[in-house]
Design a protein around this ligand. Structure first.
Ligand code: 1HN
Length: 350
């Protein structure tokens, strides 16, 4: 309430609240303005994680616990404004996962949708319903909700990737189910690359049969760097630059042209050397990985230095400007997919 209360009213109201509290009843008028904000005021903070520092802790964890023991050996990138919530933004989770040579992260499935964005290593795989996606740096791999997935590294070097999941969203809806497969690895159903060949080229199989092995709403799960990087280069060479985003391409689900998963959107952007984007804010708090180049992210007078493989998060409705000291390539993921379905998504350009 905004106006001061006359004598006695305050004391009488307090007495009333105290009486009703044991019945789980509380007055809206005491909290209304905090519930219905005039604009977003995220508890999440702007934050950057140094890859080298995080990697160091992750490798030390690798000496102490196996992927099998841990089920998933991951360091959570926990937003410092969301302590204890295992969240990078209020709706999404991010972590760095390590698979050492010879290890398998055992097969399971759950309601949560996940993406992997490879940061280091080459040749390890994620298998989705028994089909391996062999991963290279800066590949995007999806494990959509409900699909069996295991990871394995039969190379000589560690493999590290960023995990992005909708864990807080699923928690919010109280809708989590999970199960483990008795075997560590799902039996191989098809050769690696089968789905990419069928669905990864803006085409789809004309007839069913083995081609219908993948769920029709979510067939594709591998978006290789070797595909998206040349697309970004070509766009930068031919298209007028978007002054707020740079050259930006969103990853699509080929089944419907929508975002990659029901709750998570992902994109890449290229900002040419010397270019500074204009301030832009949007309601989808976004987690970024620096793929190439150096520069600066400026938010509310704060500046984050950007260098390759570092990870940073910009919460909802914080105006972001990016300056590219050298040609800067970023990967980003957010809950825009959810927000658009719920008619909540907004952006503001200046
Ligand atoms: C999960 O299934 C994976 O499959 C990684 O690699 C991180 C974090 C929370 C819940 C499930 C994976 C996860 C996760």
């Amino acid at each position: 309430m905004t106006k001061p209360l006359p004598n006695n009213q305050h004391a009488q109201l307090e007495a009333l609240y105290a009486e009703m509290a044991p019945q789980s009843l509380t007055p809206l008028w005491e909290v209304l303005s905090a519930l219905v904000l005039t604009q977003p005021d995220s508890p999440a903070r702007v934050h950057r994680w140094s890859y080298d520092q995080a990697r160091n802790y992750l490798m030390r964890a690798g000496d102490l616990i196996s992927a099998e023991q841990a089920e998933r050996r991951v360091l959570i990138l926990e937003n410092p404004g969301l302590t204890g919530l295992s969240a990078v933004t209020p709706s999404l989770y991010a972590g760095l996962q390590l698979i050492l040579p010879g290890e398998v992260a055992p097969c399971h499935r759950h309601s949560q949708c996940a993406l992997r964005f490879v940061i280091e290593g080459e040749g390890a795989y994620t298998a989705v319903d028994g089909e391996k996606a062999v991963m290279r740096p800066f590949d995007l791999v999806l494990t959509p909700g409900g699909q069996w997935h295991d990871h394995g590294n039969f190379t000589e070097k560690p493999m590290i990737w960023l995990d992005g999941l909708d864990i807080p969203t699923v928690r919010h809806f109280d809708a989590s189910f999970a199960e483990k497969l008795p075997e560590a690895m799902y039996p191989e159903t098809v050769k690696p690359g089968d789905t990419l060949a069928r669905y990864g080229h803006n085409m789809r199989p004309m007839r069913g049969g083995v081609a219908d092995r993948r769920p029709s709403h979510q067939p594709l799960f591998h978006y290789p760097y070797s595909d998206w990087r040349p697309a970004l280069t070509a766009m930068a060479a031919s298209a007028e630059i978007d002054p707020h985003l740079g050259h930006a391409l969103e990853f699509l689900n080929p089944a419907d042209g929508g975002p990659i998963m029901p709750t998570i959107s992902a994109h890449v952007r290229l900002i040419p050397q010397g270019y500074a984007t204009l301030p832009r804010r949007s309601t989808d708090g976004t987690t970024f990985v620096v793929v190439e180049g150096e520069g600066e992210a400026r938010v509310d007078g704060e500046s984050l230095a950007l260098k390759p493989r570092d990870i940073f998060v910009i919460p909802s409705w914080k105006a972001l400007e990016i300056f590219a000291q050298s040609e800067l390539v970023l990967f980003g993921f957010s809950d825009k997919a959810s927000q658009q379905k719920l008619n909540l998504y907004k952006e503001q350009l200046s």
